[in-house]
Ligand binder design. Structure first.
Ligand code: HEM
Length: 125
């Protein structure tokens, strides 16, 4: 399956389920919890959801509202070492399992998350 076909396969509903399952785990996480804005987790959830929807063939809401993603630059304020990267990926793998997406969409998203998260590392271990 190509990246642009994922949105057709799972729609807003699939991305909403996935991102909700991810953020539900964030506040209690000892590594990631303190990094996210406690008073705007809903906003963070929406930003990630809109980004993913646009990235995988859906409407470009993220770019309309936030401009070019420039994800590495936007993550520069957060200390992302290998442990933080691995934790983010672990929570997202759990969210993928919970969201029960079709196998082909699941595989495309999982590969994207693992490689993008590695690209986001900006601090030594
Ligand atoms: C590697 C571990 C990662 C950590 C620790 C991390 C942490 C964060 C934090 C703390 C924020 C600010 C929350 C907010 O929007 O207010 C954020 C924003 C964001 N992250 Fe990550 N992130 C990671 C990986 C990723 C990956 C792999 C993606 C892509 C799938 C991603 C996509 C985004 C997006 C789209 C935003 C919103 C940017 C904006 O418009 O300001 N992040 N991240």
């Amino acid at each position: 399956m190509r990246d642009e076909q994922v949105y057709d396969a799972i729609g807003d509903a699939g991305f909403t389920r996935l991102v909700r399952a991810f953020y539900a785990q964030v506040p209690a996480d000892p590594i990631l919890g303190p990094m996210y804005p406690p008073d705007d987790l809903g906003g963070a959830e929406q930003r990630l959801r809109d980004f993913l929807i646009g990235r995988f063939g859906g409407p470009p809401r993220y770019i309309e509202q936030r401009g070019h993603p420039r994800l590495r630059m936007r993550h520069a304020p957060f200390a992302i070492n290998e442990a933080a990267r691995n934790r983010w990926v672990m929570l997202m793998d759990r969210a993928l399992a919970e969201a029960r997406l079709p196998e082909d969409s699941h595989a495309v998203l999982r590969e994207f998350f693992h490689s993008t998260a590695t690209f986001m590392i900006n601090r030594p271990a």
